[in-house]
Design a protein around this ligand. Structure first.
Ligand code: HEM
Length: 534
């Protein structure tokens, strides 16, 4: 037996395993070619020019040059984990979704938590909304419940999403602030968007600086539908409740933690899961019918409103446990593609105009971010149930149809068939109306729930909201924006408005804001007002 023979080994399939002189597997190129020297480029003489024959160098550098993909346009910074969802009881009366039929049924899950505004490398404890995106690999295809840790949203119509996000992220000329809502563009947009006031109360509250992902709630935000096998529909709102309860840090702590360890939330999730301390959430639902919707004070299609739990208690229907970190951050957490349109039979959409816009946006953005139509072939995105269709080709196609028949109908009796019984049937809601661009009147009350949220807070929590608003608005340079914000606060709570106004150095209070969108005239600062400049 020669030394050469000892360093070769054939696997069961006859494949050749090669070992280097020190016993490690031999380093290869992407083509599988064994490499002799990975640390020195090929040159003419030790001090001479590099030569183009060096295919190993060129392949190594080429691959490195292409490592980055675009970061998510929002929610760029995130951290994910694997786990499972366990169903508590059969919900067959409400939904035909397979995952809710059998008590004790376990469904594999992948969850990605995120901040919204900051770039991929920003700090974890920014004052921001947190994404809470859950992919459940059900037996009837993937269900993505792409939620946040706040139950309402800034805007009522998806067509405004590019504006709110442009305004929230770093300003285009100066490229700062990173991951920070305290700047003119953000507050300018907010102060001109009264529908955002409820959400603003939440993001100025302690909810926006969670102690860790493990202590956050999650919300599906929109009203969805459950649909049972008789095609009867029940409206549903989804809530994730952390077993550990809710905990936040205060701003002072957040600033220090961000400085000392910008990866604080990542590290927390990594360490707790690696040490067997698996975080857990209960999935709770609010179920209601059309009659409840018709009698409720707000429009159930308006994503800036909640249904208070005192009016409609939540019902726990299962639990989510996160028990495994990804083997590779890029392959799983970065390449995971959540899409609100991913729903199994038995779960359907409502006419919430924000949800309807999202159902377009997510597929579109994955196409751009993941480079083509075959991102569903990536293991993290592929369903874990059998799937069959005639989709083929495109960049990086890895699951082309096998055989001759790649179409239907076909006379060979080959290939999969659609099934009106097993397949997804859209709930046949009755719709009528003119084709118009018009916000419904029922979406017009922008302040009542903002007020309800504020007064539901304890006195220390209310103080934190006042301090957050003061701090944020003190960073705003244009006086008119600060004034406009205080005029909205006057519609929410007098004490809150006057505290913030006083701390900002206002000599007098502005008029309360009109609930309607401001006109051009309203945008001019009132002459009576004097603002002490910093
Ligand atoms: C990403 C939640 C509204 C467009 C995300 C993510 C979450 C989320 C959690 C991160 C997903 C991940 O971890 O990969 C929400 C919630 C919304 C909302 C709860 C309102 C209730 C919208 C709207 C649009 C939109 C209205 C556009 C019309 C996007 C886009 C991404 C994203 C383009 C990036 C997706 C990616 O590249 O993977 N959203 N979002 N979102 N969202 Fe939303």
């Amino acid at each position: 037996v020669t030394i050469h023979d000892q360093q070769l080994h054939r696997g069961k399939g006859g494949e050749l395993h090669q070992f280097a002189e020190d016993g490690h597997e031999v380093l290869t190129t992407a083509q599988g070619g064994p490499v002799a020297d990975d640390q020195n480029t090929l040159r003419v003489g030790a001090r001479g020019p590099a030569v183009i024959d060096d295919f190993h160098f060129r392949e190594k550098i080429f691959h490195f040059d292409h490592e980055r993909i675009p970061e998510r346009v929002v929610h760029a910074r995130g951290y994910g984990a694997h786990g499972f969802f366990e169903t508590y009881e059969s919900l067959a009366a409400y939904t035909r979704a397979d995952l809710f039929q059998r008590p004790g049924e376990k469904t594999p899950a992948f969850v990605r938590f995120s901040t919204v505004a900051g770039n991929k490398g920003s700090a974890d404890l920014a004052r921001d909304v947190r994404g809470f995106a859950v992919k459940l690999y059900t037996q009837e295809g993937n269900w993505d419940l792409v939620g946040n840790n706040i139950p309402v949203f800034f805007i009522q119509d998806a067509i405004k999403f590019p504006d709110i996000i442009h305004a929230a992220k770093q300003e285009p000329d100066r490229a700062f602030p990173q991951a920070q809502t305290a700047h003119d563009n953000f507050w300018d947009f907010i102060s001109l968007t009264p529908e955002s006031m409820h959400m603003v109360m939440w993001i100025m509250s302690d909810r926006a600086i969670p102690r860790s992902f493990r202590f956050m709630e999650g919300f599906g935000v929109h009203t969805f539908r459950f649909v049972n096998d008789k095609d009867e529909s029940t409206f549903v709102k989804f809530h994730w409740k952390p077993k550990l309860g809710l905990q936040s840090v205060v701003w002072n702590e957040a600033v220090k933690i961000n400085g000392a360890d910008p990866d604080f939330h990542r590290r927390d999730l990594w360490q707790s899961i690696q040490s067997g301390n698996f975080p857990e959430w209960e999935l709770c639902v609010q179920l209601f019918d059309q009659e409840f919707a018709d009698n409720f004070d707000f429009d159930i299609l308006d994503p800036t409103k909640i249904i208070p739990e005192e009016i409609l208690p939540v019902r726990p229907i299962g639990r989510l446990v996160l028990d495994r970190m990804p083997d590779n951050f890029f392959a799983e957490t970065e390449q995971v593609a959540f899409m609100t349109q991913n729903v199994p039979p038995g779960i359907d959409f409502s006419n919430d105009p924000l949800l309807q816009g999202r159902n377009f946006s997510y597929l579109d953005t994955q196409l751009k971010r993941l480079g083509g139509p075959n991102f569903t072939h990536l293991p993290i995105n592929a369903p874990k149930c059998p799937f069959h269709n005639f989709q083929q080709d495109g960049h990086m196609a890895m699951r082309n149809p096998v055989g001759r028949t790649n179409y239907q109908p076909n006379s060979r009796n080959e290939g999969p068939r659609a099934s009106p019984v097993r397949g997804f049937r859209h709930f046949p809601s009755d719709e009528e109306g003119s084709k118009i661009r018009l916000r419904p009147e029922s979406f017009a009350d922008h302040y009542s729930q903002a007020r309800q949220f504020y007064i539901s807070q304890t006195p220390p929590e209310q103080r934190h909201i006042a301090m957050a608003l003061t701090f944020e608005l003190s960073k705003v340079e244009e006086p008119v924006i600060r004034e406009r914000m205080v005029s909205h606060l006057l519609n929410i709570d007098d004490t809150l408005a006057s505290t913030v106004a006083r701390k900002l150095g206002f000599q007098s209070l502005p008029k309360p804001a009109d609930a309607a969108m401001p006109t051009r005239q309203d945008l001019e600062p009132s002459p009576a007002l004097s603002i002490v400049e910093r």
